[in-house]
Every structure is written in structure tokens, then in C-alpha cells.
Write a protein that binds this ligand. Sequence first.
Ligand code: BG6
Length: 510
Amino acid sequence: MDKTESQMLIIFGASGDLTARKLIPALFNLYQGQFLPKNFSVLGVSRSPLSDSDFRNKVVKESSYLKTDIDGKAADFINQFSDKLFYHDLGSSYEEPYNTLAERITSLNSEFQTAYNFIFYLSTPPNIYEVIAKNLSEQGLTVQEKGWKRLIVEKPFGYDLASAKNLNHNLHKYFKEKQIFRIDHYLGKETVQNLLVTRFANSIFEPLWNRNYIQHVEITNAESVGVEKRGGYYDSSGALRDMFQNHLLQIVSLVVMEPPIGSTAEEIRNEKVKALKSLRIVKDHKTLNENTIRGQYLAATINGEKVKGYREEDGVNPNSTTETFVALKFFVDNWRWKDVPFYVRTAKRMPTKVTEIVIHFKPPHHHIFVDAGLNNKDNKLIIRIQPDEGILIKFGVKVPGLGFKVERANLDFYYSSLEGTNLMAAYERLLLDAMQGDATLYARADEVEAAWEFVDPILEYWKTNKDAKIYGYSAGVWGPQNEDDLMEGKYTWRNPGENLADDPEFCVIK
Ligand code: BG6
């Protein structure tokens, strides 16, 4: 394991939900696993008037997010962790100079011997990222003379291509690209990382991983929840910006990329950028109309419980045309993938929560078993990102008895079967990587911009064209009725169940 140097983590927006829900639990787990360095402290920064002990109570001792983790643990053990946490009230604004904040950081740095190594984590609305970076720089807190300085930023990285470029440009005024860590929590998922291992640490998949053997690639990301309490944010975002531009295009880039020369952050990210740049950017309206479907969930009763439609959710405009479902068909213009359709969909209020990649292989080019009953039973490689993490291969076996009837059988692997596996939560893994200076699982500026370049024309088309319909679907079903129209030929979406080996169309409705 890499050595984690002495350091201080300074979290902006520390009184917000993300700090209590994700960051502190991740740090607590790192503490339990003895991954935190001996000299370490956390300074929460926000505009709420909290004392150090208020902050510790809020995010540790009285936090509902940590309750199950700390229940039954010795008070000393918990105190040793929470004593590392401090809070600084910025007062009325993020824009005032940070003199007192700088003094606080310097004094904690001496107290905890953190060697002037600072990570600044921005868990604030993105419109104040620049002002925070500027104020830090004015206090000399971005200079790497005495120790290193890193900046972690949360999505959204921009609202479209122009604003993403602008954000990158503004951050680069104060931080070098190598100091900036853009967090995409999907890259912290063990199974997303395993895509690289499946492809490049085996010799049995990669020879088939191309247009000669692959019929199409299908990715489903479904959530059973609606927009919950985030209606205000979501209504100005939508599924394409919220999930596709970042998490799903990151997954696409790992499926599409060429083998990297090695496994350093730059070697891997160079290939991911190339992959994203090879996505065919479509601007003509006919193709955009045919290859994109957007939808919105409608009120329904699920398991006897009434569920609101999207337009009735708090914070959502009652006439909103924001999509909660999106399905896209697109192509990758390079040697490996020419003419292979990619189908990707993401949505809220679907029957179950699941993310999976399905690689559909072409049928054998010469059929020996004429009446084998092979229709619709192509070989598939299913990579389950969540839940029931694992890999499933569907292949043909002979049905016992006369003749040569073929049935599909499953060859499966489940992460849960690995003994002693303790899957690190995404934020835990990513925070530890940033603490060790490893940016492999963080998005680089050019990756983010390449992703926006692909997405921008779709957003523009939806915004400006009346023929760009938005379809309704009842909460709890697999999206609008016409979603299979996107698929070429006889194919339809595989509607996965909660368990990896469930056959399509069957699932548990939660
Ligand atoms: C976030 C989106 O990035 O990812 C949310 O903003 C979404 O809308 C969430 O619910 C899904 O993450 P996960 O890890 O639960 O699949």
C-alpha cells in the first residue's frame, strides 16, 4: 500500500448534507481500517455558526449516517476520531478574504504536524468554486513550496460545454491540472474499476472486444427512487446532465478505450479521453430525433403506495419538461467499434435499482444446428455494477435428449463469494486515492470537456425543437412504451432484476 503522508483535509460546505452523509462516514471507515495517517486533521468550513463540538456532534456523535457504524464502539475510539475534526465559521460569505481561515489552518497545521500538506474539498455549489480558489490563492494556500496542495471538486463540472471550459479555465488560474481531483463517485465503485481488470488482465475477452464479435453494447442505470428532496436542483439538470454526462460516459469510456501502455493515472486517462473523443457527435435533427428518447415519470401506485409524478414533486416546475428518463443510441467512430450500436439508458422511478453493462455478441456466422431455437438467445457478457455485483456469461448448451436444441446457461461470478472481501465504499476509496495523490480514478479536464462535447448537441436539440417529444411513463415501470424503438432489429432492452442471474422482465418491485 502507498504511504499516506501527514495532511489536513479542509472541507468547504461542511455543514451540508454530503459531508455528513458521505465524507465523514468514509473518513470514519478509513480511520477504522487504519488508513489515515498519524498526523491528520479535518477542518470543516461553512457559513453556519457551529463550534468544533457542535460540528463533531452533528457529523459524528449524533449523525444518523454514522449511527450503525459507531453503535457499540468504545467512547474512546469514537472520541479519538472526532477529536481530529474542527470547524471554522466563514461568517456571512465565501467571498470575504480568508485571513482568519488561513490563521486557523496554520495553527492546526502546527498542532497536528500536517507538514503543510492540504486537500481542499469543495462541497459547495459550483458557482462559488472560483471564488474559493481565488481566496485560497490570495492567502498563499495554493503554493506548493512547503507541502503539497490538492483541490477536490464535486460534480456538476459545468452545465454545458461552454460553462465546463469556463470552470476549468478559472480553476487553472489558481491550481495546476495535476492538483485538481474531479470526483466521480462511479469511478470509486469496485465493479467499475473491475472493468479495466476484466478487459486487460484476461486474455479471453479482449480478442473478442471489437466490431467483429460484438453485436451491440447495452448499459442500463436504473434507480427506483424519484428525485427525493432534490427537485429544485434536478429540475434544472435532468437525467442527461445528472447521470449520463458524467457517470455513464465514464463507464462508456472504460468499455470503449484501447489498452493503455501501463496503469499510471496519465496512461489510463489518455486512453479514456481518446475514447470519449471518438464518440460520434450528432447534430442533425433527424438522427437526434431517432436516436434519443426522453421521458418523465408519472404518478402511480406501487405496491399499494401512491407515488407522486415528477411534476408534482417539491421544487419542480408543474410544467417542467426536464427528463427523468433518457435512452440514447450512438456510435463510436474508430477502428475497433465502427458500426457497433451503443444503447445507454438512465432513469429514476424504475422498477428496481440496478446498473449493468451487457455486451451482446454476434451469433455464430454459420448455423450448423438449424432448428436449435437460438432466436433472441445471443451470447452475452453481463457486468453488474450494482447491486449483486458480479459477472455473468450467457452461453449455449445442448438440451438433453434427441436432436440439437440449444438452451442458454449461466456462468457466473459474484463478488460476495470472495472470502474476506470488504468492498470499500466509493467515497472511501476515492478520498484515500486523493490523499495518496493518485488521480487515476478522477476525471481530467479534457475528459470532462470531451463528454460535454458529445452531450451538448442533444441538450440543444431538446431545448430548441418542438418535434423533440417527452414521453410519460408510470412510476415503477421500465420507461416509456417506445423505448425499444431505439434498438435495431429484433433486439429489446434487457430489463434486469435485482439479482444478477434473474432473467429479463422479472424483478422485485421495491
Ligand atoms: C448522483 C446523482 O451523482 O448519483 C443522483 O446526482 C443519483 O441523482 C446518484 O441518485 C446515484 O448514485 P448511486 O451510487 O446510488 O448509483
